[in-house]
Design a binder for this molecule. Structure first.
Ligand code: RP5
Length: 158
């Protein structure tokens, strides 16, 4: 069953959002991935967001650039946790998307991560940590990941 939905506002966001998908593949966690735009396909975006919970999705990751409304619009149409990835798609290098994503009005929460690929990777890891609260197998994989990450640093010989 699909556990995580990855959404993005344009196909041009895919090279960034693939980072999130790759983490989920590594952890063997099921996901679905869709291009839907808050501004260009508003009705379809709302319908998709409204149907997420009944399809078994537990966490949504939304990436968008420019005046990034996707994560906020999705959060307005579901009570699932929404993680927003601001994408560096314009001459403002993602600062526009960061402010759009992070400055949600009180009552409609979006957890914003960093701009671009590091943010997409962390969005997936954060989603896995949410699952890891209840799912012992995922929590164990996260522990292993953390240990491997630690060893990579400790193995650096200068
Ligand atoms: C945003 O505008 C998308 O999320 C994308 O980051 C940006 C540019 O979209 P395209 O013009 O490449 O479709 O809505």
């Amino acid at each position: 069953m699909t556990k995580i939905a990855i959404m993005m506002g344009s196909k041009s966001d895919l090279p960034v959002m693939e980072e999130a998908a790759n983490v989920l593949k590594d952890f063997d966690v099921a996901y679905e991935i869709r291009v839907l735009s808050a501004h260009r396909t508003p009705k379809e975006t709302a319908e998709y967001a409204e149907g997420l919970r009944e399809r078994g999705v537990k966490v949504v990751i939304c990436g968008a650039g420019a005046s990034a409304a996707l994560s906020g619009v999705v959060a307005a149409h579901t009570t699932l946790p929404v993680i927003g990835v601001p994408i560096d798609a314009t001459s403002l290098n993602g600062m526009d998307a960061l402010l759009s994503t992070v400055q949600m009005p009180p009552g409609v929460p979006v957890g914003s991560v960093a701009i671009g690929k590091p943010g997409a990777k962390n969005a997936a890891l954060l989603a896995l940590r949410i699952f890891g609260v209840e799912d012992a197998a995922i929590a164990e994989k996260l522990e292993k990941f953390r240990e491997e990450q630690k060893q990579k640093i400790l193995n650096i010989k200068l």
